[in-house]
Design a protein around this ligand. Structure first.
Ligand code: ZN
Length: 300
């Protein structure tokens, strides 16, 4: 009995072609009814909690804004230096603290630069803040000012990366907010793509809430990457399928942004630039290469 359940679950999650056709039929009914997101030659700022989110959520939107004569900036809040298993693999240690985590952060910033280049974003429009992976919420809620937060992975309590916006800045909510405001001031975005406060990842929710506090609502659109219940299904590369709204985003006014086949190819290549993540999460990441991306004018 258990074996049967596991077998059916494996088929549904990974979807051989017949099951994928079933998904396609169902998704087209729901996704085609969604209104299309209007997108012009914006000054677009993509808020990316970790290196890879920018491509997962928004690779299509980034390409389309550039094609329409707009400008794009990407802002990474963390450098992804808190992925324990990843740092363990790269550092050949089971307790990847300190240096191995910092090296992972450096490596992931390099991967993010490659991904952005594939999407056509110029190098001087890429901004890294260097705040702690898996620490953003603690920083904003428990360390607004005063004693900084200390990452249990990198073991530092300040921005450790020389090429970040404010190297040496303490890990406090105050300095995170100050950096974010500096970027908004510099970019003057007409459109900001932010993680939804409904996303399952605490860092994503923290960035979404910060965006709601600091950016005028009419300029904000939200996306979800950690959408709950194994979303997006099926896992793996299915660029012919639509992307349907995530379970955690139920009830939000989703708009779809259709991607051309060329834009889907560039999205896949941008994801492949995140080699350290693809090694561990390829089938999850590939599942975002679909006919469309989804954005909501409401975060929650
Ligand atoms: Zn993320």
């Amino acid at each position: 009995m258990l074996l049967t359940v596991l077998l059916v679950a494996a088929v549904v999650i990974n979807a051989p072609s017949m099951v994928a056709r079933g998904y396609g039929f169902y998704y087209r009914l729901t996704v085609n009814r969604l209104p299309q997101m209007p997108l012009a030659g914006e000054r677009l700022l993509v808020l990316s909690p970790h290196p890879d989110d920018e491509s997962l959520c928004c690779a299509g939107a980034i390409q389309q804004v550039l094609k329409r004569g707009g400008e794009v900036w990407v802002l990474w809040f963390t450098s992804g230096d808190g992925f324990e298993w990843d740092a363990a693999l790269l550092g050949d240690t089971l307790r990847p603290q300190g240096r191995a985590s910092l090296e992972l952060g450096q490596r992931r910033m390099g991967e993010a630069r490659l991904a952005a280049r594939r999407l056509g974003v110029p190098p001087d429009h890429l901004i890294f803040l260097g705040y702690p992976d898996r620490g953003l919420r603690a920083l904003l809620e428990r360390h607004p000012q005063g004693t900084p937060y200390r990452s249990h992975l990198t073991l530092v309590s300040h921005v450790p990366y020389a090429d970040a916006l404010s190297p040496g800045a303490p890990y406090t909510g105050e300095s995170l907010r100050r950096d974010f405001r500096r970027v908004l001031e510099r970019v003057q975005p007409t459109l900001v793509l932010a993680p939804s406060p409904r996303d399952a990842h605490a860092d994503h929710r923290a960035v979404g809430l910060l965006a709601q506090q600091e950016v005028a609502a009419e300029r904000l659109r939200f996306w979800i990457v950690h959408g709950g219940l194994e979303w997006p299904l099926p896992k793996g590369l299915h660029p012919q399928l639509p992307l349907e709204p995530a379970p955690r985003g139920k009830g939000l006014p989703w708009q779809r942004l259709p991607l051309s086949p060329e834009e889907r190819t560039a999205k896949l290549e941008a994801l492949q630039a995140h080699a350290s993540q693809m090694r561990l999460l390829a089938r999850f990441m590939q599942a975002f290469v679909r006919q469309n991306e989804l954005f909501s004018p409401r975060g929650e």
